[in-house]
Design a protein around this ligand. Sequence first.
Ligand SMILES: Nc1ncnc2c1ncn2[C@@H]1O[C@H](COP(=O)(O)OP(=O)(O)OP(=O)(O)O)[C@@H](O)[C@H]1O
Ligand SMILES: [Mg+2]
Length: 377
Amino acid sequence: MNLSDVARKSKIIITCGPGGIGKTTCAAALGLAIARSSDRRVLVVTVDPARRLADALGLSGIGNDASRVELDGPGQLSVAMLDTKASWDALIRAHAPDAATTQRILDNTLYQNITGRFIQSHDYIAMERLHEFVDMGLYDLIVVDTPPTRNALDFLDAPSRMADFFSSRLLRWLIAPAKGGVMGLAAKPFNSIADRILGGPFVSDITEFFLLLNTMYAGFVERARMVERLLGEESTSFVVVSTLEAVPVSEASFFVEELERRKLHVRGWILNRVLPSSISNPDLAAAVTALSSADLTELAGELGVDDQSLGRVRDALVDNATSWSTLARKEVSQTIELARGSVALYPIPTLDGEISELAGLSRLGDVLINVPAVLRS
Ligand SMILES: Nc1ncnc2c1ncn2[C@@H]1O[C@H](COP(=O)(O)OP(=O)(O)OP(=O)(O)O)[C@@H](O)[C@H]1O
Ligand SMILES: [Mg+2]
């Protein structure tokens, strides 16, 4: 069992996990490896990729559409970057009832603020985009990177939060004044006083915004429900990514539990940036032991240095190698300990060299799809 098997059974793979541990890199590398090793049409949806990675994937221009990456292999790879603002605008253009409403929403200051800055709006739009890409029917596999949110599981709740919001009393209350009636009459002076105090058409903007948004109510709720169903499908796999450090591990285990509690399919846990297995290899330990007690007289003579200097170099090397192998063995036992859980683990070493370039990403991708799972013993 490896991540290539997981990919074969999936139409959507969602990589999620704590911040800064390699979600975007792993999502891109996985998509690349699958497109190179199968005839599938793969789309990777990245969130805020590092500049160099974006360049390597041909994402340097601003834009929201998917673009093809040239590659050697039978499959196809497309990459899209999630541009929250552009996605919201596109969504409004596609679903507002008419051109005038579209323009009024796009011009609304509250709308501009929410879509530009709200982290929740990012979560929601990521799910909308996923729905859109699935709908296009152009891809056999979509690998979705997730944003580094405050609570990294927020994005899962985004669809239902949107649906709840539309049916909430708060929204009804906000748009009631604009709809008129007793409440409206009472609220109008309040609006203008509030606007004056807050220095701008603040409350009117809020009211207008929600009133306009309400014209798209049915579509929002319907799509939110569809995305929710999509996330729960058998062909949607969640892959949690973390390193082996204490904080990321505890965040990731919380993720795994939470995803499983929601009956979502967690198909793997990538332990990124572990030490290479060669370091914990017993042969290396044996070599280090032999070196630590070796007679250096002959070698020192050959090199033209004195025994003591060479001895100090050897001791430093032995110390260094011993610490690394102790650390690597600790990582191995930590991995075995984690493997007691229900999820297959995939330890991925830190690779040398620049992995933000396409060649480096390919190397990482090959490791990712081939590494055997560490399973519950
Ligand atoms: N296995 C690896 N070997 C070497 N470098 C790696 C590996 N995995 C990730 N990196 C490097 O770690 C850095 C962070 O990776 P990345 O941007 O993918 O993290 P992220 O989880 O998406 O971060 P954020 O939560 O901020 O979105 C990048 O510079 C990337 O090149
Ligand atoms: Mg990222």
